[in-house]
Ligand binder design. Sequence first.
Ligand code: UTP
Length: 292
Amino acid sequence: MVRRAVLPLAGLGTRFLPATKTVPKEMLPIVDKPAVQYIVEECARAGIDDVVFVTSTGKASMEDHFDRRLDLEAALEAKGKEDDLALVRDLAGLVTIHSVRQHEPLGLGHAVLMGAGHVPADESFAVLLGDDIVDPQADFLERMIAVHERTGRPVVALLRVRPEQASLYGIATVTPGDTPGEHLISDLVEKPSPEDAASDLAVIGRYVLPGSIFETLRETQPGRGGEIQLTDALNAMAHEEPIVGLELDVPRYDAGDKLGFLEATVALAAAREDLGPDFVAWLRRWLEERDQ
Ligand code: UTP
């Protein structure tokens, strides 16, 4: 059973400056929820009740977001705003949150390693990156956990990318797995040039990993960009025995990038029962007027 997750949230978010000078990129709202809330809700839906935030300077607002806010609750209660009260109060009961600091941005692998104190070495856990927003209606993480429980192997999410995008991701060398959508990964390369990419399958920010990865991470030397790369630790594991890639078949948005953030905002607003119909009608009118 996978009941813990590590959320690496310590990055500087330079692609989103100047907004991220003082606001963590994971706190930027997609419609009316900060990005990190989608991620924590995804954990809760998948049965994860214990989450480690790996943060850095200036990111304490993320912890506050999942805490009680008694003055606000009292004000909402006094005004009889029961729905708003539930929105604010229920956040504190979603999952148990622990927080650890990554003092220096030494890489994603290093950030995951910071969670080791909260995950027993013999337990499997999930890693979710705050940049990757996966369709909130989907059960993709549950399916990754089920594949991990069936195979006993690390499981990563794979996305098909265009050749010119290879240099943005870790790219996998694969053979077909047992089930449609599953691949066996024998090698991973972090951000290869398009000519060197072994496939069009890229690792994105969802992982289900055995606790033994911490030992591998401790031995992982700085790689691309001088950072300790999670991809390199996974690659070492894949060289011993293939790891499993589950191909993403539901919408996913890279909310750490400006265009991806806009796409997520439009898609999630359009899918909302309360906002969607009015928003889509406005968008249609706006596009028609603009294109005239
Ligand atoms: P990114 O590569 O997106 O880096 O990290 P970033 O700093 O967050 O954003 P940009 O590129 O400067 O705009 C991928 C994920 O890994 C985490 C980030 O928080 C993000 O979720 N990360 C990365 C860490 O927690 N620590 C690190 O040292 C590096």
